[in-house]
Each structure stands twice: as structure tokens, then as C-alpha cells.
Design a protein around this ligand. Structure first.
Ligand code: SF4
Ligand code: SF4
Length: 450
């Protein structure tokens, strides 16, 4: 019996002589005392026999939780089986599809990755119909309990007919079959009104996500209206007017160690008395990407695409974490399993306005990386090539983060190495942040004064 290589120990917490054990594969967490810790560390010592008997139930529980394993071979076998399940399994609780109903936009953002290649193409009705048939087929064939759509663009509100058509048709179809249906709107926030939110709520709107870059002097420079003009104050007014109707979350990006613009924005939202009414915040580092074909120097950001092997990003992420804690805002659990959908048979997909299907939003517009289209039920050869990627096999097999990281983002690997195979490691970041995340998870379960 030994501690699994994927169990992380936080020493002397919550008290001196107490230890938190967290397993990244099973996500189990437990607090143990000194005596039990000593037995685990020296399990085969015959002098510990009587103590082993004393702690027999606890040891059994730790084994069931995956925190302890019989030996290294068993640890590795459980890991391989876990990765097989992740790659080929189906999470029937919901299917997530992102729909790009248009690539047109009313903004002219400085780092927009699409604008160089923008053709102002809306998703036409025949493509909408094929997209719906494709989703229905998947929901029925794989038995999903819920369909969750994100409407995305361009700006989805510049093509309202497609959004409303798709949402109402899919809602009716799901209602008839007792499949839950909801959708999220990823928007720049300029065109939302309480009246329009009311209309969308009837169609299944569950939340809105708006991208904001900081206060007006930063946001308006980065995200002006097409043809010129600031957008910050209109967006803030819209948020205030709609917030009582629907959950609104904000995405904020950063590209340096300086997070002052985030601090200023949170203070401003606090002054407006809406900071704690808002839904979750997503803070994402901006990374270079393919850009559009004609503007490869342009930038875009993705929430799941984080290169945390960069000192500047590690430092900024730490500061944001402290800031969120200071403001009393909910922080996402940093220890969850985040498998890259590109390497999963049944993960979420994005359907663009022409009906091409992608598994990674960072590759949108690069047809060679599309995995199929809505005009066929089968994925193409590229899908199989992505599915064959197993970067975790090149990582040290005793890396404690292996189950939750699985070798990192494939897109970053391609940007850095021009191939999809190498791991993109965030071990330095996780070494620094994992104890903080685990303590916070523990505190969320068991408040400090208990
Ligand atoms: S490669 Fe995977 S992890 Fe990286 S941005 Fe794309 S979908 Fe996300
Ligand atoms: S990429 Fe790095 S952190 Fe992730 S599993 Fe591999 S070695 Fe561990």
C-alpha cells in the first residue's frame, strides 16, 4: 500500500500536525492526522502493525478514495483506464455546442482575430437546419439529458433571426423529448436590452457573458464601435438594466503582470453596487494565436488556452487570485480535471457559420483543423488524428497533476513546437498554486471557525 503518485499533501493544515490529502484523479480530499500519515509513509514496517490495526477503517477508506493504491503498477493502470474513459466516454449529463451564427460584428476590436478574414457571413437557414439535424442526431444517438448551446460570433446579436430560429426550434424539439435545453449568449454587450433579454428568456436563455477590457479609457481603445466611438458606458448601462433578469458574467483579459486594470474595474463595479450581483468572472491571459490567415500577428484569447509556464502569467494569476479573495468573489476550483476537447471523442464542438465543425475555438477559420461539418454525421480524418493524441504519455508518469492536466493544451503545443504532440507544461504554476487551491476547497467545505 502506498500514497498514489496523484495524491498531493498539504502539510500542517488546517492545524499543525494535520494534513490535507487531495487526489487529482478521483478529486477526493481528506484531512488526516500525524499518526495516520506516519503509517502511510512507512506502511510495511512490522513495528507499525498494531497502529495499522487501529487505523484499519481509515486506511480502507483512503484506498477506496484512490488516495492510497496497492503499488505503482496499480496506480498507473488506474490512470490509463481513467484516460481511456476520458477519451472515449460520454458524459450524458449534457452536450455543449457553440454556434457561430455570424462572423459580422458591430465592434472593431484591436486584437480581433477574425477581422482580417471577416466576410460578414451569416449562418443561412439551410445551414441552420443542417446544424439542428446534426445536434438532434447526436442527442438522440448518445442519449444526452441536456443540450447546452453557446451563441457566439462575430457578435451574435447582429444576426438575431438565426439566433432566435435556432433557439426556438431546438427548445421545442428538446421540450417534446424531455431533454433539458438552455443557452448562453457570448456578446460584446452593446445591443442587449431588458426587452430583448425577456424575449430570449422565453427561448431558454440561462446566462450572458460579456467581454470587458477594463475601465472606459482602456476598454474603448481596445473595443471601439465600428466606425469609431466608445462602448464602455453603454455596456455598463445595459448590464445594470438587465442584471435583475439574467445571470451576467464578465470575461476580462490581461497580458502583463500588471492587473491594475482588473482592480480598477472591480472597484468600479463595486461602486455601481453590481459587483456581487454579477455571475462568474473569467480572467484569461492573452496569447498569440494563429490569428486570421491574413493577419497572423493578431491576438486572441481562449479561457482554456493558458500557458502557465510563463513567469509573468504565473505572477498575474496569483495576484488575481488574491484580488478575488480580497473582494469576496467566488473563485473557480483550480484543481478540476480539464481535458482538452480536441482529444476527446465526444467533447463539446463549435459549428461555424458555414457549418464546419471544430473542437477547439482557437482553430476557427482554419479549415484544415475542422473535424467535419454538419452536412455529414461522421467526423473526418482530422478528428481521428486529434483523437490519437496522448501527450500525457510523454510526461513524467509520476507528475501529481497528470490526471487533471493530461499534458496541457494541444493548441499551445502547436504554436510553440509546430506539432500537436509535445506536452505544454504548467507544473511550475501548479506547484505554486495547488496548495492554495486545495486549502480554499477545504475551507469552502468546512468553514474556518468549525
Ligand atoms: S487545444 Fe484544447 S485546451 Fe487548447 S484551446 Fe483548444 S480546446 Fe482548449
Ligand atoms: S504537462 Fe507538466 S504539469 Fe501537465 S501532466 Fe505533464 S508534466 Fe505534469
Amino acid at each position: 500500500m502506498k500514497l498514489s503518485d496523484y495524491t498531493i499533501t498539504v502539510e500542517n493544515y488546517p492545524k499543525e500536525g494535520e494534513y490535507l490529502l487531495f487526489n487529482t484523479r478521483t478529486q477526493a480530499m481528506v484531512k488526516i492526522e500525524q499518526g495516520l500519515k506516519e503509517i502511510i509513509a512507512d506502511y510495511y514496517n512490522p513495528q507499525k502493525f498494531s497502529l495499522k490495526t487501529k487505523y484499519c477503517n481509515e486506511l480502507d477508506q483512503l484506498f477506496k478514495m484512490g488516495i492510497l493504491v496497492e503499488n505503482e503498477d496499480q496506480d498507473r493502470e488506474k490512470l490509463r483506464s481513467f484516460f481511456r474513459q476520458l477519451k472515449y466516454g460520454v458524459n450524458r449529463s449534457f452536450m455543449h455546442v457553440t454556434l457561430l451564427t455570424t462572423d459580422a460584428c458591430n465592434f472593431d476590436c484591436v486584437y480581433c482575430f477574425e477581422k482580417g478574414a471577416r466576410e460578414n457571413i451569416n449562418m443561412e437557414e439551410p445551414t441552420c437546419n443542417h446544424a439542428m439535424d446534426w445536434m438532434k442526431n447526436k442527442v438522440e444517438r448518445l442519449g444526452y439529458e441536456e443540450l447546452y448551446i453557446t451563441f457566439y460570433g462575430g457578435e451574435p446579436l447582429v444576426n438575431k433571426p438565426a439566433l432566435e430560429y435556432l433557439a426556438s426550434e431546438m427548445k421545442n424539439w428538446c421540450d417534446e423529448r424531455k431533454v433539458r435545453f438552455r443557452f448562453m449568449l457570448q456578446t460584446n454587450g452593446y445591443l442587449i436590452t431588458p426587452e430583448y433579454i425577456d424575449k430570449l428568456l422565453k427561448l431558454g436563455l440561462s446566462s450572458v457573458r460579456i467581454s470587458v477590457d477594463g475601465l472606459a479609457h482602456i476598454h474603448d481603445k481596445n473595443r471601439p464601435l465600428k466606425g469609431g466611438g466608445g462602448t464602455f458606458y453603454t455596456i455598463m448601462d445595459n448590464i445594470v438594466e438587465c442584471l435583475d433578469k439574467v445571470k451576467i458574467g464578465l470575461s476580462v483579459s490581461y497580458d502583463k503582470d500588471d492587473i491594475k486594470h482588473i482592480e480598477d474595474l472591480l472597484d468600479y463595479l463595486d461602486d455601481l453596487e453590481i459587483l456581487h450581483k454579477l455571475g462568474d468572472f473569467i480572467f484569461s491571459p492573452i496569447h498569440p494565436s494563429f490569428g486570421s490567415k491574413s493577419h497572423p500577428e493578431l491576438f486572441r484569447q481562449m479561457s482554456c488556452m493558458c500557458n502557465y509556464d510563463d513567469d509573468v502569467i504565473i505572477s498575474a494569476a496569483g495576484k488575481i487570485h488574491q484580488l478575488m479573495e480580497h473582494k469576496g468573489l467566488p473563485i473557480k476550483n483550480g484543481m478540476t480535471i480539464t481535458a482538452c476537447p480536441l482529444t476527446m471523442e465526444n467533447g463539446g464542438v463549435t459549428i461555424d457559420q458555414r457549418g464546419n465543425i471544430y473542437k477547439c475555438n482557437s482553430m476557427l477559420g482554419y479549415k484544415e483543423f475542422s473535424v467535419g461539418d454538419v452536412f455529414s454525421d461522421e467526423y473526418n480524418f482530422q478528428h481521428q488524428k486529434f483523437l490519437n493524441l496522448s501527450p500525457w504519455q510523454s510526461c513524467p508518469q509520476d507528475c501529481p497533476y497528470l490526471p487533471m492536466c493530461s499534458g496541457g493544451c494541444r493548441f499551445m503545443a502547436f504554436l510553440e513546437n509546430k506539432n500537436f504532440h509535445k506536452p505544454t507544461c504548467k507544473k511550475r504554476y501548479l506547484d505554486e498554486m495547488a496548495p492554495v487551491f486545495i486549502k480554499r476547497e477545504y475551507e469552502a467545505l468546512i468553514p474556518k471557525d468549525k
